[in-house]
Design a protein around this ligand. Structure first.
Ligand SMILES: Nc1ncnc2c1ncn2[C@@H]1O[C@H](COP(=O)(O)OP(=O)(O)OP(=O)(O)O)[C@@H](O)[C@H]1O
Length: 296
């Protein structure tokens, strides 16, 4: 009998995850499989649940990118080879969207039963692993500035409203926002004045195809660095996001690497899959094909 361990954040996605949790249990119980349901109550729980060995055949993460990040860290840190399935329950769900994982619970269960897997890379930023993105600088603050009640009312649009507010403030704050970033890698080494950097494993970041050359199993992390932009240059850059043309912008640096070190003269916290992690300086690496992901 198959044993599934479900690690779910009941609060994610404005509490919509809870509906998906009951739906999945209902559908899967009909098949007579064994389900071990672990609901998170706070930050860190998902990582601990993933680390524990309960003899599960498959781990299912239900929540947003933050929950998924903790599950991935737990699996890697405990050297498990158990396959992972990801059911979107959050507000953005970048990684599940990038992997075209069904969001409909019935479709998701069909995918589970078929058990088709793909080995995907995992990025490392210092001690913390990321499955989708590690980022630092201006725009990364947005996620923390969006109040919960706004997320409930506006959903994903709340992030764009906050981003717009940041951009309009950029004119006077630009000088304070940029920082010196020292990048050391085989592919690119320089010191630049930058606004933000994004280190991506998958193509999709914040719902945009920000890392157009990224594939999750190529053994590389894609680095996108936005240098000191003028306010007037932002609409063109954002307009080019959808066509992947932004990487040709003169204020954008884009390269692929297996390992790099980033250091800075400011206090810059790196976030991993949307959750705050460690401060620079940090070494970024790739663990090639480290997770067996269940895909459609
Ligand atoms: N029961 C809980 N109540 C409040 N916070 C929780 C709970 N369980 C986990 N958390 C914290 O919430 C963080 C974010 O959760 P998650 O990413 O799943 O949802 P989200 O914020 O709705 O989605 P997204 O990241 O896509 O916006 C987790 O990393 C964890 O620190």
């Amino acid at each position: 009998m198959k044993k599934y361990k479900i690690i779910a954040n009941p609060k994610s996605g404005n509490e919509t995850a809870i509906e998906k949790i009951s739906q999945i249990i209902e559908i899967m119980s009909e098949d007579g499989c064994k389900i071990d349901l672990r609901l998170t109550g706070k930050s860190g729980d998902a990582m601990e649940f993933a680390k524990e060995d309960d003899g599960e055949d498959i781990i299912i993460s239900i929540g947003g990118d933050g929950t998924l990040n903790e599950v991935v860290n737990g699996i890697i840190d405990s050297d498990k080879e158990v396959p992972l399935a990801v059911l979107s329950g959050g507000t953005v769900n970048d990684f599940a969207n990038a992997m075209k994982i069904p969001t409909d619970v019935e479709e998701f269960c069909k995918m589970l039963k078929a058990e088709k897997t793909k080995a995907v890379d995992v990025g490392v930023a210092g001690e913390r692993k990321f499955i989708n993105v590690a980022a630092g600088g201006m725009m990364t603050e947005i996620a923390y500035n969006v109040p919960e009640e706004k997320k409930t009312i506006f959903g994903r649009a709340a992030y764009y409203i906050e981003a717009l507010k940041e951009v309009t403030k950029l004119g006077d704050r630009r000088k304070k926002n940029y920082f010196n970033l020292k990048i050391e890698s085989e592919e690119y080494t320089a010191e630049e004045k930058v606004l933000a950097f994004i280190c991506a494993n998958s193509i999709s970041v914040g719902g945009f195809e920000l890392a157009p050359k990224a594939t999750v199993d190529d053994g590389y992390i894609d680095m996108l660095i936005v240098k000191d932009l003028d306010l007037s240059e932002i609409p063109t850059l954002v307009g080019n996001f959808t066509r992947g043309k932004h990487i040709e912008h003169e204020k954008v640096i884009y390269f692929q690497t297996k390992e790099m070190k980033l250091s800075t003269d400011k206090s810059i916290t790196v976030d991993v899959d949307g959750e705050r992690a460690q401060k620079l300086p940090l070494t970024f690496k790739v663990l090639e094909k480290a997770i067996n992901l269940i895909i459609k």
